[in-house]
Design a protein around this ligand. Structure first.
Ligand code: F6P
Length: 323
């Protein structure tokens, strides 16, 4: 391979820059040229492409966001859009792609790979949601959950002072990975995730069963949870327990920013190196990931097709320890 095209797509995640750095420097190490594609699939379609070298990735390992910028593209969902992208790649002499992103990015790459087999593609899992099969952790998840923990610890302090119950909504799209792990980490009284059917009456029971002298409570809700938004759950709790002083807090996009943690920087560095080496070894149409701390390759179709299960042990522990 003489030239790799590198891009970030979909939502950004902390650690993307560290992954960009790893891909560029590994390619340079193996005498492969790197073309940076700006703004994901849009930049591919519009030919927003520039040469990268080891200096272009200096001083970025510690920064959140993505140097290459990112976005979602409606055009790339069409055959015409993908064809334009293919033509731009050919024009720029790009023989392989390293795609940094989540579910939507890998789905896009799977379709593109079905149409154009002469371009080799490797995906690197970058999303705060940690919802891809084929990697125990995705790049950005660790930073996001640490951001959540820090925020909820602060909420707990004011909740405690005012004897309040807080419903805290976290991101994750249709995955409860962020909610469950951080729920355990902050000692939440209950965690509601989309993977298990959440029953509002069961939540009422849990809250009632709790210790009577416990005056502050935290309920973590994943944004994709079924019985409704955090505000709807908040309203239902206020109606059922008018004596609770209830507040709702939606953490939002704060979860996507910030300096990546050491875990995310190391994961990004390992997977960035693995992506380039996978291409050199002839892999294509696969996502590189870490399974039990070893590099693993998962075909795009499998990494995006099934939802990851939430850990039943986690749910049990949250319940047991919130007494
Ligand atoms: O996939 C990452 C994520 O932050 C999800 O958790 C969330 O549902 C979504 O992106 C939000 O997207 P946007 O930034 O377009 O609002």
């Amino acid at each position: 391979i003489k030239k790799i095209g590198l891009f970030t797509s979909g939502s950004d995640s902390p650690g993307m820059n560290a992954a960009i750095r790893a891909v560029v420097r590994t390619a340079v190490f193996y005498n492969i040229e790197v073309a940076g594609i700006r703004r994901g699939f849009e930049g591919m379609i519009n030919g927003d492409i520039y040469e990268m070298n080891t200096k272009s990735v200096s001083n970025i390992i510690q920064r959140g966001g993505t140097l290459l910028k990112t976005g979602r593209s409606e055009d790339f969902k069409t055959a015409e859009g993908r064809q334009k992208a293919y033509e731009q790649l050919k024009k720029n002499g790009i023989e392989a792609l390293v795609a940094l992103g989540g579910n939507g990015t890998l789905k896009g790459m799977r379709e593109f790979g079905d149409d154009y087999k002469d371009i080799k593609i490797i995906g690197v899992p970058c999303t705060i949601d940690n919802d891809l099969r084929g990697s125990d952790f995705t790049i950005g998840y660790d930073t996001a959950i640490n951001t959540v923990i820090e925020a909820v610890d602060k909420i707990r302090e004011t909740a405690e002072s005012h004897d309040r119950l807080f419903i805290v909504e976290v991101m994750g799209r249709d995955s409860g990975m962020i909610a469950l792990r951080t729920g355990m980490g902050v000692g939440a009284e209950a965690v509601l995730v989309p993977e298990t059917k959440s029953d509002i009456n069961a939540l009422f029971d849990r809250l009632q069963r709790g210790r009577k002298d416990k005056t502050s409570k935290i309920v973590m809700v994943a944004e994709g949870d079924e019985p409704g938004s955090a505000f709807e759950i908040g309203k239902a709790i206020m109606k059922k327990f008018p004596h609770y002083d209830t507040r709702v807090s939606i953490l939002g996009h704060i979860q996507r920013g910030g300096k990546p943690t050491c875990m995310d920087r190391v994961l990004a560095s390992r997977l960035g190196v693995a992506a380039v080496e996978a291409l050199r070894d002839g892999h294509t149409g696969e996502m590189v990931g870490l399974i039990h701390n070893n590099i693993a390759y998962t075909p795009f179709g499998q990494s995006v097709k099934h939802h990851r299960d939430v850990n039943a042990e986690f749910t049990r522990i949250v319940e047991m320890l919130s007494l």
